[in-house]
Design a protein around this ligand. Structure first.
Ligand SMILES: Nc1ncnc2c1ncn2[C@@H]1O[C@H](COP(=O)(O)OP(=O)(O)OP(=O)(O)O)[C@@H](O)[C@H]1O
Ligand code: SF4
Ligand SMILES: [Mg+2]
Length: 305
């Protein structure tokens, strides 16, 4: 994706020049505070932006632009809650079989067998496969959604907060399963998540977004263990740490991100950044490479001007 810009009908720009390439088979995470533009970016990858919204920039897959027509074939979407992905009035296996027949010339029996195979691969046996979604637990429904996403062998799976509807124990299981199934299918996984601990565990690379831009992009381990952008450092400082009692007040990022369209000159993070100086307030920082990752900041790692 190159220079992605997303503008609302009122002229506000919520995504302002986001670029990244996805490698085949990798797990790429988008993180950042609420409103950073993660979902819009993820949806743009699938040609799924709301009506009236202008998308500029290119999203390429297999050398061609991604359109809605790819959905369910070359690209698949996993939403936050399984309820919106599954129809309440059809058995789970029938929904998968229907998805198979929507893209391939397959007989009923053949499609059903493919559906059952995909469900078995996520640990859903015949009983769950033949059930209606409401009869399944939240974790089982999310497994069914993963099977549905993967049943047609997509090259790219986009999952926006795929486990937030689940309890913490199930979250880890479902995320591990999603990653494992994508790896087995050779599919790239784009994961939108607030959970930096899960991202550190499951992603190969991570892009940290702030106010419609990427501020730091690189390997998940270096970026989340040794962040160089002040924003990434602030985001990590607000994480609970193992061994620190839950009730302890955690340092959080002071202030809030600018609303789309309100960003002025200079770095968008300057009003909240402990290291901001005149240069930051005057000039928008350009992309540079520091310690093996891409960073958009005048003073990465607190380096002086
Ligand atoms: N349909 C819309 N009309 C107007 N503004 C919108 C619309 N959808 C999103 N926005 C705005 O665009 C910005 C980015 O939204 P987006 O949903 O991509 O954020 P996000 O990073 O996914 O946040 P969250 O973590 O809360 O899901 C936000 O400021 C949001 O208010
Ligand atoms: S450019 Fe300046 S204000 Fe922006 S993140 Fe870097 S140091 Fe902070
Ligand atoms: Mg979102």
């Amino acid at each position: 994706m190159n220079g992605l810009r997303i503008r609302f009908p009122d002229g506000d720009e919520a995504v302002r020049g986001v670029s990244f390439d996805l490698a085949a088979g990798e797990v790429f995470a988008l993180v950042g505070e609420s409103g950073a533009g993660k979902s819009l970016t993820a949806r743009a990858l699938l040609g799924m932006v709301p009506r009236g919204v202008t998308v500029r920039g290119r999203v390429l897959l297999d050398g061609g632009p991604v359109t809605r027509a790819h959905l369910g074939r070359r690209v698949a979407w996993i939403p936050q809650d399984a309820v919106s992905a599954l129809s309440p009035v059809h058995r789970v296996e029938d929904q998968l079989a229907f998805a198979v027949r929507a893209v391939a010339r397959a007989g009923r029996r053949e499609a059903l067998s493919a559906a059952r195979g995909a469900l078995a691969a996520v640990g859903l046996g015949p009983e769950a496969a033949g059930a209606y979604p409401h009869a399944l637990s939240g974790g089982m429904r999310q497994r069914a959604v993963i099977a549905l996403a993967l049943v047609n062998g997509p090259a790219l799976v986009v999952a926006d907060e795929p486990t937030t509807a689940l309890d913490p124990e199930r979250r880890e299981q479902v995320l591990a399963l999603l990653r494992e199934r994508c790896a087995a299918a050779g599919a790239t996984l784009l994961l939108v998540s607030h959970d930096l601990t899960a991202v550190r565990r499951h992603a190969d690379r991570v892009a940290v977004m702030y106010a419609g831009r990427i501020t730091e992009l690189g390997g998940a381990e270096p970026v989340l263990e040794r962040p160089v952008a002040p924003y990434t450092r602030g985001l990590l400082a607000s994480l609970p740490r193992p061994g620190v009692p839950r009730r302890t007040r955690l340092p959080v990022l002071a202030g809030s991100p600018p609303a789309p369209g309100t960003a002025g000159a200079g770095c968008g993070f300057a009003p909240r950044c402990p290291g901001a100086d005149d240069l930051c307030r005057r000039e928008e920082p350009a992309l540079r490479t520091v310690d093996g990752r891409a960073v958009v900041c005048h003073h990465p790692s607190g380096e002086a001007a």
